[in-house]
Design a protein around this ligand. Structure first.
Ligand SMILES: [Zn+2]
Ligand SMILES: [Zn+2]
Length: 364
């Protein structure tokens, strides 16, 4: 039982059709076995959110139905436990991951639960529920006062990390998974293309993990933010030839690793051209254009380790520690916050990069 007064219904921001959002009153969900009910305290808007609102993920069947409650970068407080939950208590402050794998397929068993082989088999649409969840994309998300989560998808927040910063656990984790896949060369040169929230987290993570020099490629206010947060070299792609400049900075050899976080269709090619022979390129961004050129002869001749990076498996504890220790300066990334009722305004500020926005957070 709970010391919290849990109402029967709650406010939620629902996507009722592409480009149509509505504040609705819906039942508060009940936690099943192995699940907890959370009072949502903060939800960070992700680059994928406006894209989903506009129908940009129809190809992936996100959302799978209307009305749909989005929101996947969240933090909150546990207010009720489902049957069999012993490792968490009512009152715990927690942050969530978007992906919970089935736990049974080969990929899940090997720790790769963001590429679960039972994706979407969550019980809706007449499918068997094998336990897979993709909160905010394929399963009800956090743009609401409450939501239910499996305990396998939550993590305790260190006391000195605020809810607004902890809501970036997922985002900073997406960055760290890519950084881990590329591998940071101690004392080497890392390049981050695209200083949005993910790129800025990747930059701070590379520094924390021993990169000797982090170069950030971008423009405008976000590139300035990278400078402020400690980028060693900032390259404005509107003013300079990025590949030439990186080669010049590395005596013609190229960077040790490149994290592609921009989603621009010419960035993967540039990444392959600026990385050294046997260097690594992690593709962390997603692309509007499904067909993006990759210079495969360069990949082959230079033995480039080109790796796709999907979401944030097994990194949440690490990024929460990075926030706690200040290795990632989360407070500087959260530039705006809005109540749930002003979600559309928040999306506009985020999407149209108004008022120097980096990370925009909703407090339901
Ligand atoms: Zn996200
Ligand atoms: Zn699985």
């Amino acid at each position: 039982m709970s010391e919290f007064n849990i109402p029967k219904t709650m406010k939620a921001m629902a996507l009722i059709a592409y480009d149509q959002l509505q504040l609705v009153e819906v039942p508060v969900p009940q936690p099943g076995p192995g699940e907890v009910l959370c009072r949502i305290k903060a939800v960070a808007i992700c680059g994928s959110d406006p894209k989903m609102i506009h129908g940009g993920y129809a190809f992936a069947n996100w959302p799978p139905y209307f009305p749909f409650i989005m929101g996947h970068e969240w933090s909150g407080q546990i207010v009720a436990l489902g049957d069999g939950v012993e490792d968490y208590a009512v009152g715990d402050r927690v942050a969530g991951e978007a992906h919970v794998g089935c736990g049974k397929c080969d990929n899940c068993k090997n720790g790769h639960y963001t590429v679960c082989l039972n994706y979407g088999r969550d019980g809706h649409d007449g499918k068997i529920d094998v336990g897979h969840r993709h909160y905010g994309f394929y399963w009800q998300g956090a743009n609401a006062e409450y939501n239910v989560y499996k305990t396998t998808g939550i993590h305790r927040i260190p006391d000195n990390v605020s809810y607004n910063v902890a809501a970036m656990c997922d985002c900073a984790g997406v960055a760290l998974h890519g950084v881990e896949l590329a591998g940071v060369t101690p004392g080497g040169t890392s390049v981050i293309i695209g200083p949005g929230a993910i790129g800025l987290c990747a930059m701070m993570e590379c520094k924390a993990m021993g990169s000797g020099r982090v170069i950030v490629v971008g423009r405008g206010a976000k590139l300035e933010k990278a400078r402020e947060l400690g980028a060693d070299v900032c390259i404005d792609f509107e003013k300079e030839d990025v590949v030439e400049r990186v080669l010049e900075l590395t005596d013609g050899i190229g960077a040790d690793e490149v994290m592609e976080c921009s989603g621009a269709s010419d960035s993967p090619t540039k990444a392959c051209q600026m990385v050294r022979k046997r260097g690594a390129v992690a593709i962390i961004a997603t692309y509007n254009n499904q067909k993006v050129d990759i210079p495969l002869n360069t990949v082959n001749f230079n033995e480039i380790h080109l790796v796709g990076s999907k979401a944030n498996p097994n990194v949440s504890g690490k990024v929460l520690n990075f926030f706690s220790k200040g290795a990632i300066d989360g407070e500087k990334l959260v530039t705006h916050s809005f109540p749930l009722a002003e979600y559309e305004k928040a999306i506009d500020v985020f999407e149209n990069k108004k008022d120097g926005s980096i990370k925009v957070v909703i407090n339901p």
